[in-house]
Design a binder for this molecule. Structure first.
Ligand code: NAG
Ligand code: NAG
Ligand code: NAG
Ligand code: NAG
Ligand code: NAG
Ligand code: NAG
Length: 369
């Protein structure tokens, strides 16, 4: 029997073109703190309910408040004026945007992880596509997950009506089914301005941390298109998933590298100020690191707003990583684990035979027609 917890460092996969190599502007991000409770270190993320606190928008006056009208305007209306004033007064290379980042509602993989326990899930079950009754490869939302997304929908509706909350001008979604479904339930049927309809763009790099788990393997483009025929794919979106391989997984450094790439892409090509991302706990965590926001874990279905400052520099001023960090492998049971230990320092999973790094994916997917 083998007990293991330590991932083995191995090969390097995926090399992204760098901003400098492409001669593009280099963008440096930071979070402007002091406007949302979530960016304050003293806010307890575990206990935080975004629906109970006006999204966490702090009650305060802004230098941009007009004393005549301030009393008749909501906090969100005045915050919108404040963000406009930041952009109006910003240096030429500086831009402010507000990101509403929503985590998908509960998927079948989340329910299965609770059912099997995290260690056994990670060391065996997550590598399969599902069991006899449930599929968790590219998991769909459970009933509870749909409820969470509908709660977000009701929250947006009430805040449009009572708070006149600024609405997203652009919507970006991870290509995994649970996010596509969450975005759909969250934003369908809202009184949105004709100018800014809910017509998301599906972005490959907004997907979850890519592990050997089949819940991180996306469906083919045709399938996604059939689910939501009117939605847009970003240019170059491949028919088959080219990133998941079932053998190696992204490290945090590799994930942060691609999170910066997707932010650079959006910040370079979208002049909107108010943006919605529907993504995942791991990926939103990575984006928060790139934005230099404090760590803030979201429960399934939760949403976090962030006021972002982006400063653009010439490529030769770039100081960050210039090539994609390597991925790693981890050992797994090849048959159902004997036992799963979820407490103490021995946290891990006991395999019936010796465990080794996976060298071929346990689950396979078509890669060509
Ligand atoms: C919040 O915590 C981080 C890490 O502990 C620290 O670096 C940062 O200065 C803190 N920020 C504030 C405003 O206290
Ligand atoms: C944060 O909230 C959780 C859940 O309510 C609680 O268990 C935990 O002790 C809190 N943490 C702190 C530092 O207060
Ligand atoms: C702001 O004030 C309103 C009532 O005036 C209150 O309902 C809300 O919870 C306050 N928000 C915060 C983040 O304190
Ligand atoms: C499959 O896994 C789910 C957990 O998501 C569990 O509820 C169900 O009982 C399992 N089915 C079988 C046949 O073991
Ligand atoms: C999209 O959302 C609408 C409105 O809630 C719902 O009726 C529809 O079934 C959803 N579509 C999918 C594919 O989930
Ligand atoms: C796409 O995936 C679906 C569902 O797995 C499958 O039925 C279909 O044949 C696939 N299409 C292509 C073009 O591979």
């Amino acid at each position: 029997m083998v007990r293991f917890t330590i991932p083995l460092l191995l090969s390097s996969v995926v090399v992204g073109a760098t901003a400098a190599a492409l001669g593009q502007t280099y963008i440096q991000y930071s979070t402007v703190t002091g406007y949302f409770l979530q960016d304050d270190n003293s806010t307890n993320a575990t206990a935080f309910d975004y629906t109970a606190s006006n999204f966490g928008l702090i009650n305060q006056t802004y230098p941009s408040d007009d004393p005549q009208s301030a009393k008749s305007l909501t906090q969100w209306e005045r915050f919108a004026t404040f963000v406009s004033s930041l952009n109006d007064n910003a240096a030429k290379n500086v831009e402010y945007k507000v990101l509403f980042m929503g985590r998908h509602g509960e998927g079948y993989h989340n329910a299965a992880e609770s059912y099997f326990g995290t260690p056994a899930w990670n060391c065996y079950w997550a590598l399969l596509k599902g069991n006899a009754s449930v599929t968790w490869a590219d998991a769909h939302l459970t009933e509870a997950g749909i409820e969470q997304a509908l709660k977000a929908n009701a929250f947006w509706l009430s805040h449009i009506q009572t708070q006149k909350i600024p609405l997203p001008q652009s919507y970006y979604v991870s290509p995994l089914s649970r996010c596509l479904e969450t975005a759909n339930y969250t934003f369908s049927g809202l009184p949105l301005p004709a100018k800014y309809p809910f017509l998301p763009t599906i972005k490959e790099k907004l997907r979850e941390s890519i592990s050997e788990h089949t819940c991180d393997h996306r469906s083919n483009k045709t399938y996604i298109h059939n689910m939501f025929p009117s939605w847009n794919f970003e240019p170059g979106f491949a028919e088959y998933d080219e990133l998941w391989n079932g053998v190696t997984e992204e490290t945090d450094a590799a994930q942060d590298f691609r999170s910066k790439q997707v932010l650079d892409d959006i910040f370079s090509n979208d002049c909107s100020t108010w943006l919605s991302f529907t993504s995942h706990s791991g990926e939103i965590g990575s984006i928060l690191r790139v934005l230099k926001h404090r760590s803030f874990s979201l429960n399934t279905g939760a949403v976090i707003p962030v006021l972002v400052k982006a400063e653009k520099f010439s490529p030769w001023e770039a100081t960050s990583t210039v090539s994609a960090p390597p991925w790693s492998t981890s050992a797994h049971c090849t048959t159902a684990p004997v036992t799963s230990i979820s407490t103490g320092t021995a946290k891990g999973c006991i395999c019936p035979k010796s465990a080794a790094p996976v060298t071929t994916a346990l689950a396979t997917f078509p890669t060509s027609a």
